[in-house]
Design a protein around this ligand. Sequence first.
Ligand SMILES: Cc1cc2nc3c(=O)[nH]c(=O)nc-3n(C[C@H](O)[C@H](O)[C@H](O)COP(=O)(O)OP(=O)(O)OC[C@H]3O[C@@H](n4cnc5c(N)ncnc54)[C@H](O)[C@@H]3O)c2cc1C
Length: 397
Amino acid sequence: MGRLVSTEGLTEEQVEILKLVRQFVEKEIIPVATDLEHKDEYPTEIVEGLKELGIFGLMIPEEYGGLGESLLTYALVVEEIARGWMSVSGVINTHFIVAYMLIQHGTEEQKQKYLPKMATGEVRGAFSMSEPSLGSDVSAISTKATKLDDGSYEISGQKMWLTNGGSSTLVAVLVKTDEGDDSVYKNMTTFLVEKEPGFGETAQGVTVPGKIEKMGYKGIDTTEMILEKHKISADQILGGTPGKGFYQMMDGVEVGRVNVGARAVGIANRAFELGIAYAQQRETFGKPIAQHQAILFRLAEMATKVEAAHTMVVRAARLKDSGKRMDVEAGMAKMLASEYCNEVVEASFRIHGGYGYSKEYEIERLYREAAFMLIGEGTSDIQKMIIGRNLLKDYKL
Ligand SMILES: Cc1cc2nc3c(=O)[nH]c(=O)nc-3n(C[C@H](O)[C@H](O)[C@H](O)COP(=O)(O)OP(=O)(O)OC[C@H]3O[C@@H](n4cnc5c(N)ncnc54)[C@H](O)[C@@H]3O)c2cc1C
């Protein structure tokens, strides 16, 4: 354990949870991560281990069977897991967002129905906003729920890029419902769609065609989802009232941004560790490359970026835990951590010379993982839009 990414002021319980997770990552994840990733194999044993550790219920309140931990604990756990293998953090992220949305916006009945089973990992969550023709511009959603005479709804449309689309059993899906409001944002509703895990027709009118082949972030399933006249009860509307879906999803995405920031810190930290180790082993011109000042300076810059990103992520998480607004801070943390992650990974890749290009070296995997940090939960351009617009409000002349 080096000195990077330590956090002041943690409770004994937080320290204990992090210690257990770190041990799990060292023993169960790092030794198998690169192999599983290259085989694009689902990390079943690792997921079972996470269930035993209680990670699926980390932030679910104790009254619903979870550990009732804070967003800060969650973010620090994600840093540790992503340091081992980013795909594993992806397994829990959409689950966590759906659980968070249920805690914040669900009816008591919905909480009772889903949260205890989510805490054990028996019910696994995915969330779905994106469609083939949109990601950043959520207002362009075209998947539609039509109200039927019996009060239920019928959903039709195509969704894209569902992380855990195959393995999940509960998908929070954002669709259009025409409730007659002038604002497009108030005519959107989140439905809780239940389905079987796997591919093909996984519920009436719900087809998950198969895994999308990706550049990295392998092992975990990312899918499309086609809804064809999927009949669903009005009880499955998150919070019970239509028209609130956009705001519920944006709340979920806000904590999701802290999560992606934390993942980026985990990847960057690992890339730094690999780089500083390699720099002391590899010799050129009669000495370890770490003793060439250009490499030493590169290491210093990498470590500084890891620390800065970690600090921003911790600050955003602590703000949220204290009940304060944190859209700007979450956007800043996500943008800075993901951009720095790419820079640190690139620097470590360069330190590895030709070997960094070999699939035998972990940095090759991190290089492909880092790229996704720039996209997930909104690109840097979108974070800049959120940050900039809010700053204009705060600093209005
Ligand atoms: C592996 C993976 C997993 C994912 N998992 C999920 C998931 O679980 N659920 C889900 O709903 N989605 C998921 N997504 C989708 C992801 O959220 C979107 O890909 C992302 O938000 C970007 O949207 P887009 O791909 O449509 O890009 P676009 O919105 O088409 O953007 C294209 C480019 O234009 C830029 N741009 C767009 N608008 C503006 C603007 N106004 N100003 C300046 N620049 C702009 C963007 O920054 C980007 O560079 C996933 C994506 C991937 C790759």
